[in-house]
Design a protein around this ligand. Sequence first.
Ligand code: ADP
Ligand code: MG
Length: 143
Amino acid sequence: MATERTLAILKPDCVRKNLIGEVIRRIQEAGFTILGLRLTRLTKAQAEGFYAVHKGKPFFEELTTFMSSGPCVPVALEKENAIADFRTLIGATNPDEADEGTIRSDFADSIGENIVHGSDSVANGEIEINYFFDQATLVANER
Ligand code: ADP
Ligand code: MG
């Protein structure tokens, strides 16, 4: 297995529910190394840019309004098999379909407000990390 990077975003619902600490704890317990972590608030345009792949889908407006509705926490993560392992940790997009004990199963209210984002491929992970972090700062945080 190769060392991979993935971008997590603790979404505005996670921040509003005061779950930043709990979700970060689970991420660290699962063996991910944190290379970058910020608190930021996306503008509507930034949310539209980040989720450009979903442009045209029926939930695009709802998604980008939600993602720009309050502060969020982008986190750049590294681990062996990070992409698949992170998606296992968070569970299915729809919390009703997410495995028991996953972050989305435990904390998400709906398919839209589902607590956390995870990259879906190594290539997209790199693109998404670059959306929020300067590569030089990530290198500085490698262990
Ligand atoms: P994932 O975040 O699990 O990779 P997708 O990439 O399919 O899921 O969708 C991106 C995000 O868009 C989801 O996490 C969720 O917030 C939102 N979303 C997806 N499908 C729906 C839907 N049917 N209705 C409302 N929001 C949705
Ligand atoms: Mg996705």
